[in-house]
Design a protein around this ligand. Structure first.
Ligand SMILES: Cc1cc2nc3c(=O)[nH]c(=O)nc-3n(C[C@H](O)[C@H](O)[C@H](O)COP(=O)(O)OP(=O)(O)OC[C@H]3O[C@@H](n4cnc5c(N)ncnc54)[C@H](O)[C@@H]3O)c2cc1C
Length: 389
């Protein structure tokens, strides 16, 4: 009997999804990966890449056509995040995820039609770069502790405070900033504001980091920074809740980033294990390497299935906070451990700056911290498991 080619068909993915994923991978391998050494050592990728992403239909994935979007579902965002890992530069995946899944959605959902036209449309066209400013030096996991203030002054709001670790922050044309509009109201005292580059009182600096070399991650300062009243996004006092909503989509996309990074690291290690000869054998012939590879594949597969599942739930109108945190935790831990094992399989050459193994390993470390740490995901999961007394 004629042997059929084995093909794994995921029940959630259609041919359209698979075709899209293939296009992203080809782009990442052909147009991005060859520049990895240069852009990583320069700690910057060309800003024109955003326009290239737009040309290819990789920005504004989930928005309607009339907003320069692609009118595609969340699984396309997941595949974009996964397949961009083949660029070997987490910094690029993160920059695009911030634009598509962190900044755009809250502006689109909670903002006005004017906000959509002025900010979301140019972001989807790659003409404007967005950043999201939540974290502050004194407020990381504890978002409710944010101190950046916004005070009303006539038809303006005046912002004072600082944001730290803001991806795209140094080059962004617009930053969606979470600020406190009332000291008295706790969670209910926060609102969202759009601050554009060039606004008086808004300055920034680029941070040096061990991860995501080619991404720009900034520290932002607001000193008597006055923005027009119409730059408030959503209702006054709803900022905390709106950001908690945004975090769910961000976490799914971040989980997909992690799965993609794990997969790409795994494939590099699998290839290397079959090429490297020691003691007269391929290192892939040692059982210890085989078991390591089997464990890696198992962790990736489990995480991927779960990420697809929550993306599908989210796309279909569910708001599965506990499941999203499970996906984030699983994927982040898979990326971290798989990239570490992949580096181990590479031995010394894996530690050379020209090796993709060290990039996957350094970049994977962010997954357990950014978008809510592992410990915070466990808090969320535990809270859902144990009802309040
Ligand atoms: C490269 C990079 C890019 C980033 N991009 C962005 C961005 O674009 N926008 C943005 O707003 N932020 C961004 N962040 C910030 C990121 O979201 C925060 O670093 C993260 O939320 C953790 O906050 P923290 O670093 O202040 O750590 P902390 O909150 O101080 O936590 C320190 C440690 O304490 C633990 N901990 C804290 N609270 C608890 C608790 N209740 N129970 C148990 N353990 C706890 C944490 O898990 C962690 O291990 C980025 C960070 C990095 C490094």
């Amino acid at each position: 009997m004629e042997k059929k080619e084995a093909k794994v068909i995921h029940p959630i993915l259609t041919d359209k999804h698979r075709e899209f994923g293939k296009r992203v991978r080809e782009f990442a391998e052909k147009e991005l990966a060859p520049h990895a050494d240069e852009w990583e050592s320069r700690q910057e990728f060309p800003i024109s890449l955003f326009q290239r992403f737009a040309e290819l239909g990789f920005l504004g994935i989930r928005y309607p056509r009339e907003y320069a979007g692609q009118n595609l579902d969340f699984l396309h965002s997941v595949l974009l995040s996964e397949e961009l890992a083949y660029s070997t530069m987490g910094g690029i995946t993160t920059a695009v995820t911030v634009q598509n899944e962190m900044v755009g959605p809250p502006i689109f959902k909670f903002g006005t039609e004017e906000h959509r036209q002025k900010f979301v449309v140019p972001m989807n066209r790659g003409q404007k770069i967005g950043a999201l400013g939540i974290t502050e030096p004194q407020a990381g996991s504890d978002v409710a502790a944010i101190q950046t203030s916004a005070k009303k002054n006539g038809n303006h709001w005046v912002l004072n405070g600082e944001k730290i670790f803001i991806t795209n922050g140094f080059r962004a044309d617009l930053v969606l900033v979470v600020a406190r509009t009332s000291l008295e109201k706790g969670y209910r005292g926060m609102s969202l504001f759009l601050v554009e580059s060039g606004t008086k009182g808004f300055t920034r600096e680029k941070l040096d980091k061990v991860t995501m070399y080619c991404a720009d991650v900034g520290r932002l300062y607001f000193k008597n920074c006055s923005v027009p009243a119409e730059n408030m996004v959503g209702e006054e006092g709803r900022g905390f809740y709106n950001i908690m909503w945004e975090l769910q989509g961000e976490r799914i996309a971040g989980s997909a980033n992690a799965v993609g990074r794990a997969q790409a690291a795994f494939e590099a290690a699998l290839k290397y294990a079959q090429a490297r000869i020691q003691f007269g054998k391929r290192i892939a012939d040692f059982q210890v390497t085989q078991h390591k590879l089997a464990d890696m594949a198992t962790r990736i597969d489990a995480a991927r299935q779960y990420v697809y599942y929550v993306a599908w739930l989210f796309e279909n109108g569910a708001y599965p906070v506990k499941e999203i945190s499970i996906a984030k935790l699983l994927a982040a831990q898979a990326a971290s451990s798989v990239s570490d094992d992949a580096l181990q399989i590479h031995g010394g050459p894996g530690l050379l700056m020209t090796s993709s193994a060290q990039r996957f390993w350094r970049d994977a470390r962010l997954s357990r911290i950014g978008g809510g740490t592992d410990e915070i995901q466990k808090e969320i999961i535990a809270r859902a498991l144990i009802p309040k007394k």
